[in-house]
Ligand binder design. Structure first.
Ligand SMILES: C[S@@+](CC[C@H](N)C(=O)[O-])C[C@H]1O[C@@H](n2cnc3c(N)ncnc32)[C@H](O)[C@@H]1O
Ligand SMILES: [Zn+2]
Length: 177
């Protein structure tokens, strides 16, 4: 069982929202960040799928959410800058704990902070054309990318809990009974 999230989000004090060459606004660091530095801790409340669908239908503004398990979703409090992180196909952040994005490598001052959305969502119908500009750009990100062996190798255990559980389950030999 994963621990409950904190009630609110936390962001590294040197990280700010700025216009992004990738899309709209993004997160940027004013200082260099060594590999492993915790950058963004996502907090909020856990809701079941039916409650999330009700919130999305209510149309009370954009709902920031990540999937925790198949029917449990973390909904961030509204307006938190943590939700401004853009996707990158060769990201400089990755999941280091169930609710924490940390530096995947040393990051220079001024760099945009990106994470690979494939490590956060397994929604079957999720497809996003990608303009991250990386030489490793996949052109689009989908809710099935978690099943790609190249991404599984690249990210190791650095996935949200639900996707890590799916990856482990997909590797278990099937019982013949
Ligand atoms: C969580 S928001 C990120 C913040 C957003 N750029 C903004 O200005 O509010 C996710 C949205 O940003 C855009 N986006 C993020 N990364 C992208 C990428 N690599 N390529 C194209 N669009 C991207 C998509 O419109 C996506 O639905
Ligand atoms: Zn890309």
């Amino acid at each position: 069982m994963w621990p409950p999230p904190e009630p609110d989000c936390r962001l590294h004090p040197a990280v700010e929202v700025r216009p992004s060459p990738i899309a709209g606004e993004g997160l940027f660091t004013r200082v260099s960040l060594p590999a492993g530095t915790a950058v963004s801790c996502i907090g909020g409340r856990l809701v079941p799928g039916n409650e999330l669908r009700r919130l999305l239908r209510a149309g009370a503004g954009y709902v920031d959410t990540i999937t925790v398990t198949a029917d449990v979703h973390l909904v961030l409090p509204p307006g938190r800058p943590n939700g401004k992180g853009n996707h990158g196909c060769d990201p400089n952040l990755w999941w280091s704990a169930p609710y924490t994005l940390a530096a995947r490598r040393d990051i220079a001052a001024g760099e945009e902070l990106t994470n690979d959305y494939a490590t956060s969502t397994g929604e079957e119908d999720f497809v996003m054309p990608c303009r991250c500009g990386s030489p490793l750009c996949r052109g689009s990100v989908t809710g099935n990318d978690w099943s790609r062996p190249d991404l599984q190798r690249r990210y190791g255990d650095h996935w949200v809990p639900d996707l890590l559980a799916r990856i482990h389950a997909s590797r278990r030999p099937r019982s013949s009974s």
